[in-house]
Write a protein of this length. Structure first.
Length: 723
């Protein structure tokens, strides 16, 4: 685009980082500060367009979203002006987009349309773009092959002159019953059973095909006959997951069609209450009932911004309009039914997303922290809800189990604990524990229990703690300790829906003030596969739900539950031994601190005066304990980099083994066991020396102190503040 600083007499070309520019905002008080929007997102300049910010934030415009059968699954979509994009739903740190930047890859195709990942061949993707282009992409080889059903380039022709009218975002769908059946839509439905080598037309024209809508696009100087503005096309296609003979189509010019005999005959079942020329954005064939389908349609191109959403339960013979609760001008983009809970629906609109628990009779917002953005498509997975937005990229709502379980009873109860999903060792890093409180409580406790009911991990919060936390809310939080990890979460005690994430770990090793270790952690071992429980107690009222940890067999193909149990057993031994070392240090410091107090009273500080036998004994006693302490912990450490100069000691060496043992979900190596035995034996020697000093030397010192009428010394560890 261009700018002028002299009222339009002269112009200068400005080149932002991306093409297809749409809009601009210029600060009224500082004209050189501006924001420019384009097909790649938005860019900011503070110097009149000489330089611009990068587009490294989420502004992708996705037309559709789909998920793959990878473990963890990948999220895929075609993004405006930026090709197709797929990304793992779980980063290396254990969550979508968490900590590490997600790594995207292309799935073939182009900037618009659908992506159909092959369900049994995870490296094969079918993806489209305008002009009827569809590719077969093999990620294992990097080869992309054009497999257009009708490879006749439409450039320069009006819609009525094109033999096969393919929309900008024409549907590309694999059959849920046969992965070899690939369907695409022009104004006709096409089928390939050999991955695009050949195609068969399996329907008549399923669109309105009104000649008055198939003429020139654009003009009068330049027409838009690029194959992008093609009209009178199949815009959505939905084969029934329940009956392979039932399939639905929806056109961009307002027709809904259904076949009940696998494309032999078709019936126009457009809802009578749907105004003409509505774009049928999505038809959703129910995953639970063969005669049920849902339609999301819109007419914003005609100046009508009302939402149009319909349901049929009789193969389209009759339809019910289901828009109660949707904002009057929030037009519909997509609709999906939950995979596990019948009649639970999700609705994507121009401004966000809604949920219905009663088959669309009533909708309520599911926006949560989602910015105001068009939700063009929705994918429901086994545990998550995934959306593709047009302007803010992909979003994932992790673990929608509470939504599936929600009812009037759960929302009315004083306390309700939702059934946790099974945690998957090898894949999940956290287990979500969801509960609702009808009103705030004073004391809350969330406990992870073993199969016998013994407490493994406890998270607590009280009214006093909550008030203290509120008082500190404006202060900057301390940085997370990399080696120790985050502290235990405090479960919220206010009314509403809450989630506490258990990191699948048992309590960690004992710590002491000033503990510095190198490449070691005091965190607890990862729980092994098995049966567990979660118990939430709110002001004395408790609810318990079962939970399971299961091995993710797809990821851990060569690992058994017994291997993971062996890993847990050794990691627990390491934790216990590290705790034994740190407990001993606390005990030594607790005793030495008392002796130091006595030394202060015994040491007169007068030059030339010979120290008393009691003072000599006290110093000698502390020196002996210090020698033991110095073998168990590097007492010279003052900063995290000090271990570079001062060698780590036994507690650090032992604790560091846990990182080796848990470096992967596998049975511990023989060498890990061997080194643990060597280090444990060395620690036992030092513990024996400590016990001998306390047992033999301390009684003698106490007796000498008593003669000096000084307080006794007790075998008491150093007191520490709780985590």
């Amino acid at each position: 685009f261009n700018k002028s600083i002299d009222g339009g007499k002269t112009w200068t070309t400005i080149r932002p980082p991306h093409g297809d520019n749409h809009d601009m905002w210029i600060a009224s008080d500082e004209p050189k500060r501006m924001i420019e929007s384009n097909d790649g997102g938005a860019n900011v300049s503070v110097n009149g367009g000489e330089t611009w910010t990068d587009q490294d934030y989420a502004t992708s415009q996705f037309y559709h979203v789909t998920t793959t059968t990878h473990v963890p699954y990948h999220v895929c979509g075609a993004q405006q002006d930026n090709s197709t994009a797929c990304v793992s739903s779980q980063s290396s740190e254990g969550g979508f987009g968490e900590r590490t930047a997600p790594i995207f890859y292309s799935a073939g195709g182009g900037e618009s349309g659908y992506i159909a990942p092959h369900p049994t061949k995870p490296d094969i993707f079918f993806a489209g773009s305008y002009g009827g282009y569809i590719s077969r992409f093999d990620r294992s080889t990097g080869q992309t092959r054009a497999i257009n059903p009708y490879p006749d380039n439409p450039m320069g022709y009006r819609s009525g002159e094109i033999a096969e009218r393919f929309q900008w975002t024409f549907p590309i769908v694999l059959s849920p019953h046969d992965p070899n059946e690939l369907y695409v839509g022009s104004q006709h439905l096409w089928l390939s059973t050999n991955e695009g080598q050949s195609w068969t037309k399996v329907s008549p024209d399923l669109t309105r095909g009104d000649a008055s809508t198939l003429g020139d696009s654009g003009g009068p100087i330049t027409k838009d006959h690029t194959g992008v503005e093609t009209y009178g096309t199949i815009f959505t296609f939905a084969p029934s997951p329940k009956d392979r003979n039932v399939m639905w189509t929806g056109s961009d010019d307002g027709y809904v069609q259904v076949t009940r005999d696998k494309a032999k005959t078709w019936t126009n079942v457009t809802p009578k209450d749907l105004p003409d020329f509505a774009r049928i954005s999505i038809v959703e064939a129910s995953p639970h009932r063969p005669g049920t389908a849902y339609v999301a349609a819109n007419r914003y191109g005609l100046g009508d911004f009302a939402p149009y959403v319909f349901r049929t339960d009789d193969y389209g013979q009759s339809w019910t309009k289901i828009v109660n609760g949707v904002a009057a001008r929030d037009f519909a983009r997509s609709v999906r039914e939950d995979l596990k809970r019948q009649k639970m629906l999700y609705l994507g609109t121009e401004n966000g997303i809604y949920v219905s628990y009663d088959d669309g009779a009533k909708w309520e917002s599911l926006k949560q922290n989602l910015p105001t953005t068009p939700v063009h498509d929705i994918a429901v997975t086994e545990r998550d809800l995934v959306i593709g937005t047009h302007g803010r990229g992909f979003y994932v709502m992790d673990n929608i189990t509470p939504l599936r379980e929600r009812s009037e009873a759960t929302t009315a109860a004083a306390l309700h604990v939702f059934t946790p999903p099974s945690a998957r060792r090898g894949l999940d890093r956290n287990l979500a524990i969801d509960y609702t409180l009808k009103s705030g409580v004073k004391n809350l406790k969330v406990e992870i229990l073993d199969a016998q009911g013994g407490a493994i991990r406890t998270f607590t919060n009280t009214e006093a703690e909550a008030e203290a936390a509120k008082a500190l809310a404006d202060r900057p939080a301390p940085p997370e300790d990399f080696f120790r990890g985050p502290r235990d979460p405090k479960p919220p005690i206010v009314a509403g829906h809450h989630r506490v994430n258990w990191d699948l770990r048992y309590p960690g090793a004992t710590e002491f003030p000033g503990l510095i270790m190198w490449a070691a952690s005091s965190r607890g071992p990862l729980a092994a596969p098995g049966s567990y429980q979660v118990r939430v107690t709110a002001d004395g009222a408790a609810q318990t739900q079962p939970l399971k940890i299961q091995r993710e067999a797809t990821v851990l193909k060569d690992v058994s539950d017994a291997d993971l149990q062996a890993q847990f057993d050794l990691a627990m031994q390491v934790r216990n031994k590290a705790s034994q070392a740190n407990d001993a240090i606390l005990l030594i410091r607790g005793i030495k601190g008392q002796v130091d107090e006595r030394i202060k009273k015994l040491d007169t500080g007068k030059p030339g005066k010979k120290p008393s036998p009691t003072l000599v004994a006290a110093r000698s006693f502390n020196d002996k304990l210090s020698a033991v302490e110095g073998e168990m912990y590097q007492v010279k450490n003052q900063s995290s980099q000090d271990p570079l100069n001062f060698p780590i000691k036994l507690n650090n060496k032992i604790a560091a083994l846990q990182g080796v043992i848990e470096s992967a979900d596998a049975r511990p190596t023989d060498q890990s066991r061997e080194v643990f035995k060597i280090l444990s034996d060395r620690l036992d020697v030092q513990l024996g020396k400590m016990d001998a000093v306390i047992k033999t030397d301390l009684p003698k010192l106490v007796a000498m102190l008593q003669k000096q009428k000084l307080d006794t010394v007790t075998v008491t560890p150093l007191k520490t503040d709780p985590k």
